[in-house]
Each structure stands twice: as structure tokens, then as C-alpha cells.
Design a protein around this ligand. Structure first.
Ligand code: UD1
Ligand code: UDP
Length: 366
């Protein structure tokens, strides 16, 4: 009999991660996979666009939870997902990443008749417990039965936390599976020319971490430094919905919009990947973008004090710049002077991570 897996996704980076996993599990016999969308992200350009572009089948069930405080959102996902688990009685719930949907569905699965939980992208640690994602990672990993890791630091953290070796399975990075699979198509979108940009003649900016955007005393000086960079390098800024209001407030407070910063609605994956691959510099606080720039060899300045993805700094093109305006400016100046970091591609970031996940599950179950 086929094993029934519920594959969970709720927020933008989750969709990019489940695409290759769903495909790999569907390509081998033995599994019935259903996609459960929690509805954490719901705008077309934060959700459905990714299903269309990446060829992910329509979710079998959409819980439609929407936004809320952490407690409201997590609780609402748990309440709705419990009914799904009761109806479906799956053999396994598979979660990806570190968002509220990840922890909420893991808790429901494990506490409800002890259904196995598999966590894709396990073991990442920023060691910063003020980050909501760090709490989600710690809780999810603590109750997971199979911990698929994307970089070796994940294996080390899990071992140090007492997870037995047999539960830890290094498979590499599923986000890079998606990148490798779609890069050619991304280039065919012609987004760079469409926006009137020139190869390597612009930078790309994304910001959405609460620690960066929610507090104006952090956001404003950071944005001033970024606007200085945009005087010599035009910056494209596909703006996350969380960041829209803080950005508008910052522009209103200073009485002008920096002409070098081009604000866009969030972009589709293909358009965004084309822009990333042709840029000369990426400024970001995203988790996934640190990984994608590493594989593309594009210098990435991460506007955070820590990263849960240290391999992107140790081996890749990522520099942890922090939030200090002078540090941001000087790192950008260095990069634009041709002294940007190039780096190399980490182990297992080869486009085959999801295949390894499917192979491991088959070996456990047949
Ligand atoms: C969430 C994740 C974060 C991840 C990010 C990816 C948690 C705790 N955080 O942060 O780890 O890096 O997604 O993008 O799970 N909103 C919209 N439309 C949408 C979705 C959100 O307008 O489709 C707005 C709402 O005002 C909402 C706010 O964005 O309150 C924040 O959304 P939420 O999902 O709570 O957190 P993110 O900041 O998106
Ligand atoms: N991304 C996208 N369009 C955008 C911005 C980001 O397709 O306008 C993609 C990006 O390439 C990466 C993922 O979204 O694959 C990262 O998501 P996000 O930064 O929202 O979340 P995080 O990785 O920080 O959790």
C-alpha cells in the first residue's frame, strides 16, 4: 500500500522548497502525496504565482488561515490542520523551512497519534532566540523523526542537541534544486531588459525581517545607507508586504523618495531569479536569497548580525554586514570596486537534494 504523505507549505519560501520535493516523490512509486497550503501567505504574488511558475499542482487543501499575531496564526493553523489530519490519517507529515506553518503542523502531527514528522532544512541555527524562526526551528527539530539537512552545520547542531545519528540525513539544498531546474527559463523572461536595466548595471534589495523593518530607529538609518548606495548603483526593490508601510513612512518622514531605488511589487520566482543572476550586488535579509546568490556567485551583503546558513559565508559569496550604516556602505563600496566575494558551491547543492529525500524515504519504507 502506498504511504500517505501530507506536504505542508504556507509562505513564499516554502513553495520554492516543496516544488522539487513534490516532483521527486511523485516520480517514484510508493507514495501518495497531498499538498496542504496553510494560507499563511495569500496574495497572488506571494503564493499562487509560485504554483503556476514552478508547476506545483494546486494544493489539495487550503486552510486559508491568513495573517495574525504569532499566537493567532499558529493556533489557527493548528486548529484547521488537526481536522485535516483526522480526515486523512497520513503516515507522515513533511514540513519545510522555519515559518509558523512549519512548527504549527509539526506540533499537530506529532501530538496527534504520534504521526511521523519529516523536516526538510533541519538543523539550521542562528543562535538568536529573538528571531521567531529560530524558535520554530528548535521546536520542529526537537519533535521530528527524520531531519533532512541542507548544509553540514545542520548535522553538527542536531548532534550537539542530542539527536541520534540515524535520524539525521544530509541531502543538500532543495531550494537549489528549484534554482537549477528553472534558471534557463528565468533568463528567458527577459526581465532585465524589460525593466530597462543592463547586465551587472544594478543591484537588488529585499528586506522583511521584523528586526530590520518593524523598528523605525533601525530601518531609517539602514535605508539612508542604502539610498546612498543607490546614488551610484540603481537598486531594484521588490517589496515584501510587511515592508510596504515602514518604507512609505520612511519616505514620508524624510520628505522624498530616493530616485535610485525602484520599488516593485514582489516578483515571480522566474523574474526575481533573472534579476538576481544578472545583478552586480544583492542586499538582503532573506534566508533563501543568501543561498541562491552563493550558487550564482553573486556578491551578497546580508543585513543581519547572524545567519543560520553559515556555509554561504564560509564557502559562498555572502558577507554578514549587519545593520550599521557605515558598514553597509563600506561593504557595498568594496564590492562595486570589484572586490566582491565570489565563493564556491557548497556540498550537496547540486540540484538533486529532493531525489535524495525520495530515495531515503523509499529505503525506510520498502
Ligand atoms: C514569514 C515568515 C518568515 C519568512 C517570510 C517569507 C514566520 C514567523 N515568518 O514572514 O520566516 O522569512 O514569511 O516571506 O512564519 N502579508 C500580506 N500578504 C500576504 C502575506 C502577508 O499582506 O500574502 C502581510 C500581512 O500584513 C502580514 C505581514 O505581511 O501581517 C506578515 O506576514 P507573516 O506571514 O505573518 O510574516 P512574514 O513577515 O511574511
Ligand atoms: N523571491 C521571489 N520574489 C521576490 C523576492 C524573493 O521569488 O520578489 C524568492 C527568492 O528567490 C527566494 C525566496 O523568494 O527563493 C525567499 O523568500 P523570502 O525572502 O520571502 O523568505 P526567507 O527565505 O527569508 O524565509
Amino acid at each position: 500500500m502506498n504511504r500517505r504523505i501530507l506536504l505542508i507549505a504556507g509562505a513564499r519560501p516554502n513553495f520554492i522548497k516543496i516544488a522539487p520535493v513534490h516532483k521527486a516523490l511523485s516520480a517514484v512509486p510508493g507514495f501518495d502525496v497531498k499538498i496542504i497550503h496553510t494560507g499563511q501567505h495569500y496574495d497572488r504574488e506571494m503564493s499562487h504565482l509560485f504554483f503556476d511558475q514552478l508547476g506545483i499542482p494546486e494544493p489539495d487543501i487550503n486552510l486559508g488561515v491568513g495573517s495574525g499575531t504569532h499566537a493567532e496564526q499558529t493556533a489557527q493553523i493548528m486548529r484547521s490542520f488537526e481536522k485535516v489530519v483526522l480526515d486523512e490519517s497520513p503516515d507522515m507529515v513533511m514540513v519545510v523551512g522555519d515559518v509558523n506553518s512549519t512548527v504549527a503542523c509539526s506540533l499537530v502531527a506529532k501530538k496527534f497519534q504520534g504521526i511521523d514528522v519529516a523536516h526538510v532544512e533541519a538543523g539550521l541555527r542562528s543562535n538568536d532566540r529573538t528571531m521567531p524562526e529560530e524558535i520554530n526551528r528548535l521546536v520542529t527539530d526537537a519533535i521530528s523523526d527524520i531531519l533532512f539537512t541542507s548544509e553540514r552545520s545542520g548535522d553538527r547542531h542536531l548532534r550537539a542537541e542530542g539527536v541520534p545519528d540515524e535520524k539525521i540525513v544530509f541531502v543538500g539544498n532543495v531550494m537549489i534544486d528549484t534554482l537549477q531546474h528553472h534558471l534557463e527559463r528565468a533568463r528567458e523572461t527577459g526581465t532585465v531588459a524589460e525593466l530597462g536595466l543592463k547586465e551587472r548595471g544594478y543591484g537588488l534589495l529585499t528586506l522583511h525581517r521584523p528586526a530590520n523593518v518593524d523598528d523605525p530607529t533601525v530601518f531609517a538609518p539602514m535605508m539612508e545607507a542604502i539610498s546612498r548606495i543607490s546614488e551610484s548603483l540603481p537598486l531594484v526593490f521588490p517589496i515584501h508586504p510587511r515592508t510596504r508601510a515602514p518604507y512609505e513612512r520612511w519616505c514620508a518622514d524624510r520628505g522624498s523618495r530616493p530616485p535610485g531605488i525602484r520599488v516593485q511589487e514582489p516578483l515571480g520566482y522566474l523574474e526575481f531569479m533573472h534579476l538576481t543572476s544578472s545583478s552586480s550586488l544583492v542586499l538582503t535579509d532573506s534566508g533563501g536569497i543568501q543561498e541562491e546568490t552563493t550558487v550564482l556567485g553573486i556578491p551578497c551583503l546580508t543585513l543581519r548580525d547572524n545567519t543560520e546558513r553559515p556555509v554561504t559565508v564560509d564557502e559562498g559569496s555572502n558577507i554578514l554586514v549587519g545593520r550599521d550604516p557605515e558598514a553597509i556602505l563600506s561593504a557595498a563600496t568594496e564590492t562595486l570596486a570589484g572586490r566582491g566575494k565570489k565563493g564556491s558551491v557548497p556540498e550537496g547543492w547540486d540540484g538533486r537534494a529532493a531525489e535524495r529525500i525520495a530515495a531515503h524515504l523509499r529505503s525506510c519504507w520498502v
